[in-house]
Design a protein around this ligand. Structure first.
Ligand code: SF4
Ligand code: SF4
Length: 456
């Protein structure tokens, strides 16, 4: 410290005047930077869109496996359960899409699109919000507030379980029929029992299971290990300059309860990106970039960086992925073609060979055939049959104009007759049966069998 001497004689004491302490030079305040992309906002927006789609699909008949009516509604197409091949390929296509997403973008389905994740997070958020609201507005001891917030949570969860179960079961039962069952508190029929059981399971899921389901029961998480490779998108922590301030914000925002700093390959990580945003926000205030990122493979570059082409930026980073996308494209084209080539009425004609033929006393020979016509359209349709390629045979006592109502399936046996002297050979005679429904025509190869000894 510096001082100034004023003198040593009486009255002229030595006075030491200390200089004003100089303030320590302040460390330069870090300039905050932009924390970057808002993954939380993106996820919540996607979640809202998913919930709207979840409600709309069955309520607008866009998607339903209608078990009582044995139909499948698939984006405007009404398929009969008997059209199993198209239904099977549609299901396979959806499975394939989810698998392809896992190969390219890791667990993006779990983190952004899965209903279990969406509703579990909503349940956790609701519980927390109710607790905070009750603590803020209700006076009294802690026990009273806890009981009140739990009661409110159970009440709202119960109502939500009923609504969500209703929508879920509407994927299998027509909504008006379902509403009727619900209002009449039907717990006697199979549908009613299934509805009650689903509601109970949904409530248990909301209250107790939630995200534990993802790490214990759901097989999809475990499949990731088999589907991902060195180019798959994953969430990765990297701190080469030791800049982590141990704030633990990344752990606190993680609904799966893990610390991503330990490894990017933890089975619980659903790739939601919440920890990325949390770290970005914390370190941005200190003027530093975050330490957690989406990267293409552990050693790959960060999402959205690098000098890459557009298709590499969206995840098409090797030949395997390009082939995967091409297969998906061919699959989609095949499925669309199969759907668009469907006829409004499914006509099937088959011979009834319980007896090969029937012969009258006058020598007329009869063969029996069975027509099955299923109307998949919303209008009444008429099926008209014709005989092609074999002179000498005709329909016998068959009103050849079968009317089929919308949604109806008609089974009808009919006979084709050959009078004596019709010129048919003994044994097997080949011909075709044609069917006409409006402008749709089909042809079925058939055989007409006559007695093997005598020629007609
Ligand atoms: S570690 Fe990060 S990305 Fe993974 S689940 Fe937790 S918050 Fe989401
Ligand atoms: S949020 Fe970032 S700075 Fe904080 S502990 Fe996690 S990694 Fe470290």
């Amino acid at each position: 410290m510096s001082a100034t001497e004023q003198g040593s004689e009486p009255g002229n004491e030595l006075v030491v005047i200390a200089d004003k302490p100089q303030p320590k030079p302040k460390a330069a305040r870090p300039t905050p930077i932009d924390p970057g992309f808002h993954y939380h906002r993106l996820r919540k927006t996607v979640h809202v869109i998913c919930v709207i789609i979840f409600f709309l699909l069955p309520l607008t008949n866009l998607m339903r496996i209608d078990i009582p009516r044995q139909r499948v509604f698939f984006f405007g197409y009404e398929l009969l359960i008997s059209e199993f091949s198209i239904i099977f390929f549609s299901m396979m296509f959806l499975m394939f899409v989810v698998a392809a997403m896992a190969v390219m973008w890791g667990r993006v389905y779990c983190g952004y699109l899965c209903p279990q994740m969406i509703f579990s997070e909503a349940s956790i958020a609701l519980e927390g919000r109710l607790q905070r609201t009750v603590n803020k507005y209700v006076k009294g001891d802690g026990t009273k507030r806890t009981v009140l917030s739990r009661a409110l949570f159970y009440l709202i969860s119960g109502a939500a379980a009923v609504v969500l179960s209703f929508v879920f079961i509407a994927y299998f039962v027509e909504p008006r029929d379902l509403l009727h069952r619900l209002l009449s508190l039907d717990i006697k029929t199979a549908g009613g029992i299934a509805g009650a059981a689903t509601t109970l399971l949904t409530l248990i899921d909301f209250l107790f299971v939630r995200l534990t389901f993802c790490t214990t029961v759901c097989p999809y998480g475990y499949l990731q290990g088999m589907l991902t490779d060195g180019h798959t998108l994953l969430v990765h922590y990297r701190d080469d300059s030791h800049e982590c301030i141990e704030c633990m914000k990344c752990m606190r925002v993680c609904h799966m309860g893990i610390d991503i700093r330990h490894s990017p390959y933890q089975i619980e990580c659903v790739g939601c990106g919440e920890c990325i945003e949390a770290c970005n926000v914390v370190l941005a205030k200190l003027g530093e970039p975050g330490l957690i990122h989406y990267v293409w493979g552990e050693q790959g570059e960060r999402l959205g960086t690098g000098d890459k082409t557009w298709f590499q930026k969206i995840g098409l980073r090797d030949a395997k992925r390009v082939v995967l996308m091409l297969v998906l494209l061919f699959y989609a084209i095949g499925l669309f073609t199969a759907l668009s080539m469907r006829h409004s009425v499914l006509v099937q004609i088959s011979p009834v060979r319980a007896t090969l033929y029937r012969q009258d006393k006058d020598g007329t020979v009869y063969n029996t055939f069975r027509l099955k016509a299923a109307n998949r359209s919303h209008q009444q349709q008429t099926v008209v049959l014709g005989i092609v390629g074999l002179a000498g045979i005709h329909f016998s006592s068959f009103e050849n104009a079968v009317v089929v109502s919308p949604g109806q399936t008609v089974d009808r046996d009919f006979e084709i007759a050959a009078s004596p002297g019709s010129g048919l050979i003994a044994g097997v005679n080949h011909f075709s049966l044609s069917s006409r429904v409006g402008n749709e025509r089909e042809s079925f190869d058939e055989t007409f069998i006559t007695p093997f000894k005598d020629s007609q």
